[in-house]
Design a protein. Structure first.
Lengths: 102, 131
């Protein structure tokens, strides 16, 4: 029971955090920073090359967005450089620390 | 269940820290968003036929390589231009060398600085009237 309560509270927290992020515009800012850094460090090109392999394998005609997402996401998450992760986490934690009324 | 964990934050019970612990989840969502953006991009270029456009074929590359030899231009053709271009004058119908075409057209059509068109026009008109 306690576990379920915790999970519900967890979901509520995430929803509230997301709401705050969107309302303040911080989510867009963070996303822009993330996108820029990932392009600069070559992550996007790496991942795009991986996409080429996936598309060649599955066939250009029948490739769907869902298939791409399923194939690409694990590799995409793994390829994010530590420096980028660190900086984004720092910014996010800074934002969260400022939210006193959640 | 977050992908990213940061070592170094102590496990305290205070409200403040608990909020900050959600940072990795936020990051995962943001990264997933960026990945989704890339997938949309790739998918669209696949369906529009532009996905493999920038793939370079090494054989093709060799075929159109820039030529850098003495006596040849960059396409590999010998430098001495043997071709003399000719054009047909739209006014008199004669075949004129391209080098002399502009001055010829000046005289022929009676325009331009050195063609004295007034005189030639007068000649034309006098030729018609006086007979």
């Amino acid at each position: 029971m306690a576990d379920q309560e915790r999970r519900i509270k967890d979901a509520q927290m995430r929803a509230t955090i997301n709401q705050k992020l969107v309302e303040t515009g911080e989510r867009e800012r963070l996303k822009e920073v993330l996108r820029t850094k990932l392009i600069e460090c070559g992550w996007r090109d790496q991942l795009k090359a991986h996409c080429k392999d996936v598309v060649k394998q599955k066939g250009l005609e029948h490739i769907t967005v869902d298939e791409l997402v399923a194939e690409i996401t694990p590799k995409g998450r793994a390829l994010v450089p530590d420096s980028v992760k660190k900086e984004l986490l720092q910014r996010i934690r800074h934002f969260l620390a400022q939210q006193s009324n959640i | 269940m977050s992908e990213y964990s940061f070592d170094g934050s102590e496990d305290q019970e205070s409200e403040d820290c608990q909020l900050v612990n959600y940072a990795p989840d936020v990051l995962t969502e943001l990264v997933d968003d960026v990945i989704l953006g890339l997938c949309f991009d790739v998918h669209r270029s696949c369906k529009m036929g532009t996905f493999f456009v920038d793939d370079v074929d090494p054989a093709e590359l060799k075929e159109f390589e820039i030529v850098d030899q003495v006596g040849l231009d960059i396409f590999g053709q010998p430098v001495s231009s043997k071709k003399q271009y000719e054009c047909e004058c739209p006014n008199c119908g004669r075949t004129i060398s391209a080098n002399r075409f502009a001055p010829h057209l000046e005289k022929c059509m009676g325009m331009g600085r050195n063609s004295s068109r007034i005189a030639s026009k007068r000649l034309q008109n006098s030729g018609k009237c006086e007979s």
